[in-house]
Design a protein around this ligand. Sequence first.
Ligand SMILES: Cc1cc2nc3c(=O)[nH]c(=O)nc-3n(C[C@H](O)[C@H](O)[C@H](O)COP(=O)(O)OP(=O)(O)OC[C@H]3O[C@@H](n4cnc5c(N)ncnc54)[C@H](O)[C@@H]3O)c2cc1C
Length: 1256
Amino acid sequence: MTWHAQLALVPALACLVAASCSGKSDDCASNPSTLRRFNQLNFHADTCNLKWTHGCTVLDKHGGLQQKQAPFSLCDAPHQPCGLLPIDAYTLALQRNDFAPGSPSVTLHGLWPVSAGGSGETNQPYGCLHGEEFDEAILTTFGGPLSYFWPTDAKYHNTMQCFILSEWMKHGTCAVIPGADGTAFRLPQDAYFRTAFVLAGEFNANAALREQLQDLEPLISTRCVQCAYLATVGWTDTDVASVPRMSGDCIDQCFACGDHWDACPPAQLDSTVLLDPSNAPPKKSDSSSNGIGNASFPPLEFGMPALASSDNISPWRGTWRSFGAEQLGSGKFQFAQTFTDNVLNVTTDSPYPQTCTYERRGPGELVLRCGAEHHLEDCLVQRLRDIGGLETAFLACNHTGAPAPASFYAAMDTPGCGNFLMFRCKASAAGCDFSPDAISAAGSKASESETESESESESNPKPGPVSHSKPGIAGAPPALLGSWRSLQVSSHYQNGLARWNFTADGQASLQWPNYPGRGVQRYSVSHSDEDPSLVLLASVSGTITACRFQFQYQPVYSYAVLDCGALNQPAEDKDNMQNTQWAMGRCNPCSTHCRYSCGPENDFCGAGSCDPADSGPAASAGALPSPPRDAPAARKDGHDWCTPQDTSCWPTKTAIRKLEQALDPAVPRLGLRWSSYPQPQPAPVPTGSTNNQPFYGLGDTPAGLKALYYYEDVAEMQRPCFNPAAGAAAWNRASDICKAALHQNEYRDWNPFIVVFPLNERHVAAALTFAARHRLCIATAGTGHEYNSRNSCPTGGLLIRTILLKDKAFLPTWGEDPALAPAGAFRFGAGAVFTEMHAFSAEHARVIASGWCSTVGMVGFHLGGGHGPFAPSMGLGVDNVLEIEVLQVGRDAHGQPVVHKKIASHRHNPQLFWAMRGGGGGVWGVILSMTIRAHAVPDGGLSRVFIPLNGTFCPDSRPYGYQWLRAMWTRFAAWQLMLNHKVSTQPGFFIDTSKYAADGDLCAVTWQFNFEYFYAGGQTEPDYILFRDRLKDVLQATAVQEHNFESAYEYLLSMPPDKFLLAVTNPLPAPHPPSDAATGSQNSVFVSRQAMETEFASTMMDVLDICVASLENPDPTSPDPAGHRCGFHFLYTSLTGNLGSSQPGDTAISPGFRSALMMWNARTLTTQQSMDTLYRLGPNSYFSESSYVMHNWTARYWGQEEYEQLLAVKKAHDPGNHFWCHHCVGDDPDDAYGEPLGAAADFVEGYESQRQLRLG
Ligand SMILES: Cc1cc2nc3c(=O)[nH]c(=O)nc-3n(C[C@H](O)[C@H](O)[C@H](O)COP(=O)(O)OP(=O)(O)OC[C@H]3O[C@@H](n4cnc5c(N)ncnc54)[C@H](O)[C@@H]3O)c2cc1C
């Protein structure tokens, strides 16, 4: 992007403004456009009229008010990108001025206090809801600078007044920025204008600023706006010449966060500016339309809480009681935190520093300086949703001295970070000893307290007496299961931490870690049928206590209040819990491996306690989450995708065109054309493609591929693109959208509605925002090699095809931890395929631990695990990933989708990093790049041995016949067991039954055993010679082909370009859907050393016996049209089970994968045949090479415990459940066949029956 192109920096909001001018507010029932939720600031909420009055509107054909056309097209050209804007980002929209002499070369287009995804008022920071009337006197006061920085163009019959009113000021009337002490305050309109002029003036005067902003895309960080604002202090003149410059130091703040704008907190600027609380947004509007009142905070993720209420600029002041949000480290103790004006006193039962001074660094952040030596700790503080009469907050302190984590997620994923839950009584909780000096309590009026506590007790009554005849349902409600750290609120809080433990067998226990002498109090638990939040605790002495349980789901760490009130026993009872309230917190993710120090006692994700959907309005009102799975809503697993029938969300052609514009459609996309070797192939060749072109030569024009393809006629969407009967030549003539969406094995005829080809991060972000806004199911793909159609959604949706992200860089040193990559690293864009990676690594005399297939993509390979020719010596794919850059769709402070970038590595987001190395594809976000460890080419180079062998199924014991095979497999297994880490094999055993006639002559059945292996070293090494010679003995082969290569690329150049064809059709014979008889793809199993030694050879013969039996009795349900169950077998020893291979344990692949000696892929077996034979060799299968139909797929891919942890990570990082794929983390664990869930199922069913009707 060149900044001096027209409208160089224009935000997404600008696009939306242009489209949203029909004069009706979304508050109005008559508003026909449901997609116009983003721009309520334009309207008077009551009247639905546009806010400006000075001739900026015209009547539309229905007589409604319509905004006049903007004089400039706001976002309709390739060089006018529409980016995504996070909360707290400010955007300066600028325009090259070539029409107004006397104005600066760059003029202002707008200064926008923006919101996440441009979704309007509810996302405005600090609760600015409706803006305010524009003070038109401003136009006169600032006439000079306005016409200078905001020239108008007579050509458009546009007046400055009109333009400013319509395109600028309406957004500026609620500008709020964080001030010097971190407290947000609203800019008066006058100050707001001045801030804009300072920014525009600086931009014109400062080439460096222009240069840097060019790379920052359309964003001006909050820091930069603060900085411009500070320059306005004391500036009272109104002429252009008097516009002050920003200070140099201050400008540096604009770029302090590089391009990580999404995580860039406001700066802690030294300023003497006094903040005026009266500038806070008016209370009335704060609590108006969306019901978010002052006292109630939505769950905060990326938002900043800032003003708790307009008259409380220090919402932290007072005493909070806290406990660690982890089970290890800092979480061992509880303490009280008393905030005064700038000192935090910590009272604790641990050696934690006693006193900290604190400064506010931003609306939601504190910097603590703790202890005598002024050890500096950066802390993040976020207010959480109130619960059960308690205010709640989250505090994360980075003990390492590194900056505070950027968000709740990041905190829980940052090693060395101490995380705490903090509670205190709300003002309304009269008589609360827990935090008596809470400022809100002190400042509240008695009458208000009474009213509030009355209303609270109405909506949330104390539990009444318990009837013995109605004890409820045995056991605790699912959300209460687990081990909770707790503090008693109403009394005994000084006793410190208590631990509640609720188990699935209906038992509960209470312990006081600081008072072991108190022993354990035990209860049995039940809960009310009608009201699951009513929990009954029966003590050993028979006392029954009724408690009200309120639960607040938070990703990663949830909290609750247990409010115990009524008894049937006298107060002197030892177990009496009359009027005892507990504040509780516990970790969500849910296995022994939990990085958040979660224990198995909290392993209840599967029971529903971890579902982010539970944090919706019902949970916030204190209700329990709905029961899991058996309810229809839970079966959908939170997916709520839009379908073509739903016109309120399904994208219109106009919306699609806008997306296309955001993707810079005029930029040529030529990256997929392939000439011939030695150029690396950029993508796989689909079967039958003319001239071996990827994507059947799609985009073979000077302009290349289009940015976006879609089904003009949605009725075309769900039908096979590549008809097997038509033959491969016809596939070259398939529609463009079919070619754009092509991928391997289209089992279900589910095609994406839209396919986009992004060129950069901004394009991916635009696509994600679009998908989230339209509630489209999102799938991702690069090459399309994925075997199980995982890159297609049942409802159509959006396919983000990252094959063109081809950046590459060699990093001689891996900065995060050089020891992890002694030979350096490569960073590749997500579109990289192995041939390109090998070509590049050869230039640097390095090698990467790739897979066998040259056109497999980097991303899918590494997500699934990744075995290959160098795995035994250099590790699996997952062992070599150093960093992943991913765009995700998170939620903002108001639960709305917001796109943000995450870096996952050993240091950053380690939990996500763990999950993305082996947890499979599709559900973690869209990967932009991966950094992969480079390896030195082994001394002696890379040696290859190839032995082709042919034989028959002749039943006697002649050489290379059936009985010969039986003996050979035993020798073969023994040979495999001796292999060390230098050897990696991919033997392929192909059976050809095409010549078999029904006469029973098994000699007509032939086989070919292509035995290929790599040796990491030279051909003179003794091991090389040993393994080669022994293999010759095993195979009784004389012909051996041997090669030695200086690089892996040299090897690839010796392969034919169509060696690994991409099979685009559905391989199952019509009309077979995937079934246990035709499972699709390949059944796979990881074979351990032990199984290799004891069972492999006989199991292989069992499998061949199945083949022979099917020759005699063909099976009409077989995917082989002849009814045979033979197919072929790959027997990879390219894992980490060889002698001497290293087996690190820090990735998400299954234990069976890690320790396996071989991975066996078998085609054409039924589910039952697999279970009777190869599945018996090991409990795990390979995610990336396995059958479409699989029972217990969660256990086979990862093991149940690990799957639950993966699921928790998925939920934490994809809280809106935007990403889905077949048998990926988050799919229905009980569904073996890949039936679509919920609404998608209805859609597919409806679609299918309509199609049948059409077909007659
Ligand atoms: C001929 C052939 C040979 C193979 N050989 C090997 C081998 O030797 N070793 C081995 O381990 N595996 C092998 N595989 C399996 C291969 O690793 C998987 O099929 C893998 O998923 C392919 O990745 P891809 O990126 O090329 O495919 P794609 O189909 O493009 O992507 C696969 C999946 O990865 C995810 N994905 C892709 N791009 C992105 C992105 N930018 N962001 C987020 N997610 C993304 C998506 O979920 C997608 O469904 C082979 C497959 C084939 C077809």
